[in-house]
Write a protein that binds this ligand. Structure first.
Ligand SMILES: Cc1ncc(C[n+]2csc(CCOP(=O)(O)OP(=O)(O)O)c2C)c(N)n1
Length: 347
């Protein structure tokens, strides 16, 4: 640890408060680094636990993971703040963004086990994870169907005179369908406070990038919309957070949307029912050396931001939180059949 750090500060590092709301956030400082690591590790531990429950037949529905993509999901949500009116429109691989926005592990486990305590009361598909309390809007479809509603939300924030921003996630495959163009073009024209995180994880289900688009980088499309475009290393959490911070400043200043292409890799199948055989082993080997969590841990140790003791405490805390949330969800009741006809139409 650096010499100028007191014992109390070291203990603080091990505590990693969940609450990152109402901050005066002006960009990353070293004090943010352990929190970024914490959210990435919490995400991976929670997803690994869900896989076990899935294999035990306890999950009703599919399991789609963001393994290997945690730096993109956590780093992109970190500069935003739901208590300032910011809204999150995630995809299935963005559990990290949801945790960072304030959603609890209990919510995740209750939703995946279809329990009454989840925000959808156990009545909707497990992947339609939502959390209105933290301005997290559940996804409609895996492709770009979410872009137009997310832009509409951003437009509403602007019309109401708030400084809030909507951030939405899209895959490289999702970037090849019509809603992507319509949504982003409209956002640019009305200068919506909107950020599109394009998670380029190399494959759209089993289709590799060379069979999806002919331009060099997907971020190059930003030029055609007249907005800033960034092409970044999606496995470097600091680069992701710093880039999104720039997009946040741009949007809060009334200058409209940004497109950020984060280059990363999906290290598991499209979902847990997919064996991922279509991805060459050498490619996965290559990306395994760029694991965002291992990479950032090594960086923090070398820099002296954390030591082995602090990492152990973090691990213990995360294991405890995941076990607590899972036990809570397992013991919770399922939905009451009488609720079936409720919440179907707006009152
Ligand atoms: C409207 C719609 N069309 C087709 C599908 C089927 N589908 C699900 S995922 C997928 C590919 C998505 O690839 P990508 O956007 O790259 O995301 P990734 O799974 O790689 O994270 C397709 C075609 C769907 N879910 N919704």
């Amino acid at each position: 640890m650096p010499k100028n750090r007191t014992e109390t500060e070291v203990a603080e590092v091990a505590r990693y408060p969940h609450n990152i709301t109402n901050r005066k956030y002006e960009g990353l400082t070293e004090a943010d680094y352990p929190k970024l690591l914490y959210y990435m590790k919490l995400t991976r531990a929670s997803e690994n636990r869900i896989v076990k429950l899935y294999r035990q037949g306890k999950v009703v529905g599919g399991v789609y993971l963001g393994t290997g993509m945690e730096a993109t999901s956590v780093g992109s949500a970190y500069p935003l703040d739901h208590s300032k009116g910011d809204a999150l429109f995630p995809l299935i691989r963005d559990l990290g963004a949801m945790f960072t926005f304030g959603m609890s592990p209990r919510t995740y486990f209750c939703q995946y086990l279809n329990k009454a305590c989840s925000p959808t009361k156990g009545k909707d598909g497990n992947i339609h994870l939502t959390d209105p309390e933290h301005n997290i809007v559940g996804m409609i479809s895996h492709l770009s169907a979410m872009i137009p509603p997310a832009v509409g939300w951003a437009w509403a924030l602007k019309m109401r005179g708030t400084k809030g921003i909507a951030i939405n996630y899209i895959g490289n495959g999702g970037a090849q369908v019509g809603d992507f163009h319509e949504g982003l073009n409209f956002a640019a024209v009305i200068k919506a406070p909107f950020i599109l995180m394009l998670e380029n994880n190399q494959y759209a289900y089993s289709t590799p990038n060379e069979k999806q688009y002919a331009c060099k980088n997907l971020s190059d499309r930003a030029l055609g919309y007249g907005i800033p475009g960034y092409h970044i290393d999606g496995n470097n959490v600091l680069e992701v957070a710093e880039t999104v911070h720039k997009a946040v400043q741009h949007a809060r200043a009334g200058n409209g949307p940004s497109l950020i292409e984060a280059v990363t890799m999906r290290m598991r199948g499209h979902s847990e029912h997919d064996d991922h055989k279509y991805v060459p082993k050498e490619l996965l080997d290559e990306w395994s050396h760029r694991d965002p969590i291992e990479r950032f841990t090594a960086f923090l140790l070398e820099k002296g931001t954390v030591d082995e003791g602090a990492l152990q405490k973090m691990e213990q805390r995360i294991n405890g939180e995941v076990e607590e949330a899972m036990t809570f969800a397992e013991n919770a009741p399922g939905p009451d059949p009488a609720w079936a006809s409720q919440d179907v139409y707006a009152p």
